[in-house]
Design a protein around this ligand. Structure first.
Ligand code: ZN
Ligand code: ZN
Length: 54
């Protein structure tokens, strides 16, 4: 399976080194977080419910 990467929810950059998980609040949206944002503890906002994490 080719790895085409994902767009990071936090910084909007294309990344192939990321974590993906469902929004912990609404569970509808896939949150993608690149390694850099994870290390820097950059916030993400769910587009569905506006939940702010981590
Ligand atoms: Zn990022
Ligand atoms: Zn949500």
């Amino acid at each position: 399976m080719p790895n085409i990467g994902k767009i990071c929810t936090s910084c909007g950059k294309l990344t192939d080194n990321y974590a993906i998980f469902k929004c912990p609040d609404c569970g509808k949206i896939d949150i993608v977080r690149c390694d850099q944002c994870r290390l820097d503890h950059v916030k993400y906002v769910c587009v569905e419910c506006k939940f702010e994490g981590p």
